[in-house]
Design a protein around this ligand. Structure first.
Ligand code: 1GP
Length: 256
């Protein structure tokens, strides 16, 4: 039995060691066409993204998901990690999958049901599973509706930190604080900060990060990995992403 960390997880930890903080680009297969997806991946790789995540909150055709993952794989050398919202978010062409549980869902399907159905497929396809606890903040996003979330109020950082700590105690090796794709505001600084003080595993933060200043604030508060998606859907947003990655790297280089 091999319970060791896989190649992609080891690579992410190595990237964190090297840069202190890293950025990952999320591509939503529902919002882009195959060509756009691979062009975005190439562009963001050249700007310094450490990996590409592929996933969405609602339904993507499995055929389109496969095509997008394949085209990104052909175009870049950084890993492609699935970010599934359901069993339909699994593609055999990806390098790895965030094997995630939506911890603050009120529906057991999103906590363990989909995972039970998807696990044999992940095994069959040989996709590397990376265990992650997923926590949704605020109630105005697609993921909070689809995932039947009991949203964490933005002024209750202690609840996010407690979920994160429970995830770590359950053996999850990453924790993700999610404000929702396209959120008006990112996860509050105090929530990132308190969560980081509670857990030792790498802390991922995403949702609503559109500027270098926001990315710097989230990185300084303690995020290890920052995920951005929406900003790359705007063809004129190259400078924005450049700023975001530069800000994250600067904080990473000056970490204590
Ligand atoms: C969503 O956290 C990610 O799951 C990215 O959010 O699209 O707002 O960058 P944005």
């Amino acid at each position: 039995m091999n319970l060791a960390r896989g190649k992609v997880e080891a690579y992410l930890l190595e990237e964190l060691k090297r840069h202190g903080k890293i950025q990952i680009t999320l591509i939503d297969p529902e919002k882009v066409e195959v060509d756009t997806a691979s062009n975005t991946a190439v562009e963001t790789e050249s700007l310094g993204s450490s990996a590409i995540m592929v996933g969405s909150s609602t339904l993507t055709s499995p055929t389109k998901l496969d095509e997008i993952v394949q085209s990104i794989k052909k175009a870049v050398s950084i890993p492609v990690i699935l970010f599934p919202n359901n069993i339909t978010g699994i593609s055999k062409y990806a390098d790895a999958i965030w094997f995630m549980s939506l911890l603050n869902s009120s529906d057991p399907y999103y906590i363990i049901g989909a995972q039970m159905l998807g696990a044999p497929l992940v095994r069959k396809y040989g996709i590397e599973p990376i265990p992650m606890g997923y926590i949704v903040v605020g109630d105005d996003s697609a993921v909070s509706v689809v995932g039947q979330v009991k949203a964490i109020p933005r002024n209750k950082p202690e609840l996010a930190a407690a979920y994160a700590l429970a995830a770590q105690y359950l053996g999850m090796r990453f924790v993700y604080l999610e404000a929702g794709s396209g959120a008006k505001e990112p996860v509050p600084r105090e929530m990132v900060n308190l969560t980081k003080r509670y857990v030792d595993v790498p802390l991922i933060v995403g949702g609503g990060i559109k500027t270098g200043d926001q990315a710097r604030m989230i990185a300084e508060a303690g995020a290890d990995i920052i995920v951005t998606g929406t900003i790359t859907e705007d063809p004129k947003a190259k400078c924005g992403l450049q700023d975001i990655i530069r800000s994250i790297r600067t904080v990473g280089e000056h970490r204590g």
